[in-house]
Write a protein of this length. Structure first.
Length: 252
């Protein structure tokens, strides 16, 4: 006897991806993740992952490097700040060091929280560009979720940094540029002009990967051509880099 097949209109609707599937697909099939964001703009799992990672990152620095060493390394990378510090009295230097250590500790453990603020701001900027510039009609929460998932390559970078620290690579740890995923990492401070060093540091593998995912994701979520989306995202990225290069050229 032939099995009866229900008519198409009676078939149950296709369910969306789970949060775990979304995270995995961001790396192996990103189009699926961003297509699913049009159905649901949930972003709790990427945030949870980044929260756990930031706690592990802070723990690694505290136990394997030490906040005093982190601060000392930063001073070596910023001679102008070191020169200002040398002008202070011992008491003032001790007070400045205590404040710096608190800042490093709070920033390291709470990186994911500060990251949410950045995502909130960037999502608003992207909404202005795509909704007003390209006529898209995506919601703010969709921009927010797209950026959260597009930032997942940073999780891999964070894991590599933690492994590096626990493997004993923390003696000269540079919290601003901790791992050699960009050309700037391989030039010592002062060996090349500060503006060039900033430019080389900006050409980071994980930053470019994230930018590609943002452009791809928003082209899907917003229904914009990929060429326009890539032009918009890398144009914005170029402006940010240009601002940083100019700042480095002026202030060193």
């Amino acid at each position: 006897m032939a099995t009866s097949v229900p008519p198409i209109e009676t078939l149950p609707p296709t369910s969306g991806l789970s949060e775990v599937e979304r995270v995995v697909d961001t790396f192996v099939a990103p189009s699926k993740t961003f297509t699913d964001i049009r159905r649901s703009s949930a972003w709790w799992l990427p945030f949870l992952i980044s929260l756990v990672l930031s706690i592990c990152f802070g723990f690694a620095l505290e136990k394997k490097v030490g906040w005093e060493q982190v601060m000392e390394n930063q001073m070596q990378n910023h001679p102008a700040q070191q020169a200002q510090l040398d002008k202070l009295t011992p008491e003032q230097r001790a007070q400045r060091a205590s404040i710096s250590i608190i800042i490093y500790r709070v920033f390291s453990y709470g990186f994911s929280i500060f990251g949410l603020i950045v995502v909130a701001i960037v999502a608003g900027i992207l909404m202005l560009v795509y909704n007003f510039g390209f006529g898209a009609q995506a919601l703010y929460k969709q921009y927010f979720a797209s950026y959260m998932y597009a930032g997942l390559p940073g999780v891999l970078k964070g894991l590599l940094i933690i492994v590096l620290v626990f493997a004993g690579g923390g003696e000269k740890f540079n919290i601003e540029n901790p791992i050699g995923t960009n050309p700037g990492f391989y030039f010592a401070t002062g060996s090349i002009p500060a503006a060039l060093h900033y430019l080389l540091t900006s050409i980071d593998f994980f930053s470019i990967w994230t930018a590609v995912l943002i452009a791809l994701g928003l082209s899907i979520v917003c229904g914009v051509s990929r060429n326009k989306s890539y032009a918009a995202i890398f144009g914005l990225w170029g402006l940010v880099v240009l601002f940083g290069v100019a700042r480095a050229a002026i202030f060193g």
